[in-house]
Design a protein around this ligand. Structure first.
Ligand SMILES: CC(C)(COP(=O)(O)OP(=O)(O)OC[C@H]1O[C@@H](n2cnc3c(N)ncnc32)[C@H](O)[C@@H]1OP(=O)(O)O)[C@@H](O)C(=O)NCCC(=O)NCCS
Length: 169
């Protein structure tokens, strides 16, 4: 039975999950930098019994549309241990992250990822296109969480500074 709960100061566990899930430790080190900067808004751990098998990180963004600030949060990195992928753990983590962000009153969530995976949760490149970003392209996606994320206009959505040193984004 898979459970999801907030991280409880488990930096080493979270680092190990991302180091195992991704090809390099780049994402794990990104999480460490976000943590050091105090830029982890939410860290959720997927558990199978006592075993931590997945993690998703949400970090605050500086976002505005037509000069008006909106509350936005970035999803990622998200990682599931290789021997536990394709079982729905990632989906449970994304759904829990969206529920957390809605509950906290965020207007939008952004991410960089495969459209064929994140489309199932409602993310789209179309929604993100109006937001200038160095990561603009088909992998740059957004999900509206409330009505303040207006369907028109243009703006920007900036990741936390720790992402600046990240080449995989
Ligand atoms: C991506 C990841 C978090 C998904 O979690 P998961 O628990 O394995 O995935 P789920 O069981 O929720 O979903 C499985 C589905 O996702 C798809 N999927 C998994 N990784 C994918 C990827 N990188 N691109 C596109 N689709 C992907 C699978 O093909 C499967 O599709 P289906 O439902 O149509 O059969 C996990 O596979 C992982 O940690 N991968 C390595 C790290 C990584 O790439 N992180 C994401 C970077 S954006």
């Amino acid at each position: 039975m898979i459970g999801i709960r907030p991280e409880r100061d488990e930096a080493e566990t979270v680092h190990a999950i991302h180091a195992a899930a991704f090809e390099t430790d780049q994402e794990a080190r990104l999480v460490d930098r976000l943590r050091a900067a105090g830029d982890i808004a939410c860290s959720l751990i997927a558990l199978d019994g006592e075993r931590a098998i997945g993690n998703v990180i949400l970090s605050p963004m500086g976002a505005e549309i037509d000069g008006r600030r909106i509350r936005a949060v970035a999803l990622g990195p998200i990682g599931v241990l290789p021997d536990r992928q394709d079982e729905g753990v990632g989906e449970a983590l994304v759904q829990a992250a969206i529920a957390w962000a809605r509950g906290e009153g965020f207007a939008a969530m952004f991410l960089l990822g495969a459209p064929e995976y994140y489309g199932r949760f409602g993310f789209s490149a179309e929604a993100a296109r109006r937001f200038a970003s160095p990561y603009a392209g088909e992998h740059w996606q957004a999900l509206a969480l409330d009505e303040t994320f207006s369907p028109s206009g243009s703006g920007r959505a900036d990741y936390a500074p720790a992402f600046a040193a990240f080449e995989g984004a």
